[in-house]
Design a protein around this ligand. Structure first.
Ligand code: URA
Length: 480
């Protein structure tokens, strides 16, 4: 479009100026009026304080038309309204026009919100998602620092840099969470002040307006270091959840680099600690001996709960299948994979052409870990330490069974085989090597599939079936 043509279009547009970037009510009232007056989206110019549109449309003072008295009320589907309330808080300058365009299109296509492939619907959903994430980040990462007041009281002040216009939308959360404190949250876009009874808004602030640090920070750091679990560290996931840009305002973040650096060493120490518990003991040389010894094993808390240990089952085979731990039914019957997860596993093995009777089936952890709820025993995942202790047994079994391929189901089984935590979703569907060269494949656990519903279940079951087919193919090659 040439500059002069664009200028003509702008001159003929109706301009709507919002009083603030998060002025949803202003947007809604004006959008309704424009719709009722039948003004198409390309005849409307939206602007907000501080936005580029403000200057661009400054010369145009075209007043909004009055709708005819018999104009129909616009249709505003609830799904649109919900998304729009979040999306308007995005800093994208195009969002106001985009929202109006979608609302305009909804008048002739009321089902449009269900069309996930529509570019306008997709974009609004994306904006709303980003805003919700920013709201969540602010709730999670605001850190108050205490300031002593002249009257002897304490005032808590936090500095935060939201990416979108979410400050006002988050005010209620902070008032409810910190009702009994006097606090201020300062941001480059404005500030909030709560004195214990009323909330006021203030002007934008600078980082230097907030205090730099206080004694509560040591407490945060001590707490964070104590809950930090090296075995569960996934740096990628951590950075996604807590991006670096928030670190500078979080006292505990100063510890992250050193904790990450030390994590591998600490994890290796945990694995070693597992084998230390067997120091001086020779590994049993038969499956029967392992089966007897695990019944008496009390080296971790699960072993100490006095339930039946469940031994692996099957012939010395080319394929060893490793699950997590026995469930309720397995513990009662003393056999692996005889409950619902086992039934699903068997069906998939059969579909993939794997003869279950020709596989050795076992678990990374030998005892059932659970919490008692009334009459029910609810499964609990084993900790990394518990899995590491039990590696003594699974490695014993592997040494006797001598499989050519191990299939580990789920994260605990993966850790049991590798001695370290890996992401199953990332590492599945391809061959890995154990230290002695044995091939290892990872996939999800059938219990995970059982917990999914509808489409999600169908998608994951297909991936599981694909993995088992790859394993079947690989086994055929290895044993040819
Ligand atoms: N889940 C497992 O991981 N193993 C079993 O034996 C049963 C359920």
């Amino acid at each position: 479009m040439t500059a002069s043509f664009r200028d003509m279009r702008i001159a003929s547009a109706f301009c709507v100026a919002l009083v603030s970037p998060d002025d949803f009510d202003g947007w809604r009232v004006n959008a309704r009026r424009l719709l009722m007056a039948d003004v198409p989206p390309d005849r409307v110019a939206w602007s907000e304080p501080g936005g580029a549109g403000g200057d661009l449309f400054a010369g145009s003072d075209k007043r909004l038309p009055s709708p005819p008295v018999d104009a129909e009320q616009p249709r505003v589907p609830r799904a649109f309204l919900q998304l729009a309330q979040s999306a308007i808080l995005h800093r994208d300058a195009e969002r106001l026009a985009l929202l109006y365009r979608l609302l305009w299109r909804l008048q002739s296509k009321p089902g449009l919100m269900e069309d996930a492939a529509d570019p306008d619907v997709r974009r609004i959903e994306e904006l709303a998602r980003t805003v919700r994430r920013d709201i969540h980040k602010m709730r999670a990462f605001v850190r108050f620092r205490v300031v002593d007041e002249a009257d002897g009281g304490e005032h808590y002040v936090a500095w935060f840099e939201p990416e979108h216009h979410i400050l006002r939308a988050n005010a209620k959360f902070f008032v409810n969470r910190f009702t009994n404190m006097a606090w201020s949250i300062l941001t480059p876009a404005g500030s909030l002040h709560w004195d214990g009874t009323s909330l006021t808004e203030g002007p934008p602030a600078q980082r230097g307006d907030a205090p730099a640090g206080d004694a509560t920070e040591d407490l945060w750091r001590t707490y964070y270091a104590s809950i930090f679990n090296p075995a569960r560290l996934k740096v990628g996931a951590m950075l996604k959840e807590m991006p670096r840009k928030y670190w500078k305002n979080m006292p505990e973040a100063a510890l992250i680099p050193q904790l990450v650096a030390g994590a591998q060493a600490r994890e290796a120490a945990m694995v070693d600690a597992g084998s230390d518990l067997f120091a001086g003991e020779g590994r049993p040389t038969s499956l029967q001996a392992i089966g007897e010894e695990i019944q008496a094993c009390r080296r971790c808390e699960i072993g100490c709960n006095g339930t039946n240990a469940v031994m692996g089952e099957g012939p010395s085979a080319a394929l060893m299948i490793v699950g997590e731990q026995p469930g309720d039914v397995e513990e009662q019957q003393g056999r692996p994979f005889v409950g619902p997860a086992g039934r699903l596993l068997r069906a998939h093995l059969e579909d993939a052409g794997i003869d279950e009777r020709a596989a050795y089936v076992t678990n990374a952890v030998k005892h059932f870990k659970f919490v008692q709820r009334g009459k029910r025993r609810l499964h609990q995942s084993p900790t990394a330490k518990e899995i590491d202790i039990c590696r003594w047994w699974i490695e014993g079994e592997r040494g006797i069974v001598k499989p050519q391929l191990v299939l580990a189901l789920g994260a605990s089984a993966a850790r049991g085989m590798l001695g370290k935590t890996v992401s199953v979703q990332k590492e599945r569907s391809r061959a890995h090597r154990l230290e002695d060269g044995t091939e290892l494949w990872l996939t999800t656990h059938p219990s995970y599939l059982l917990r999914l519903q509808d489409d999600a279940r169908a998608v994951e079951e297909k991936r599981f079936a694909d993995d088992l087919r790859s394993v079947a193919g690989r086994l055929a090659e290895l044993t040819a």
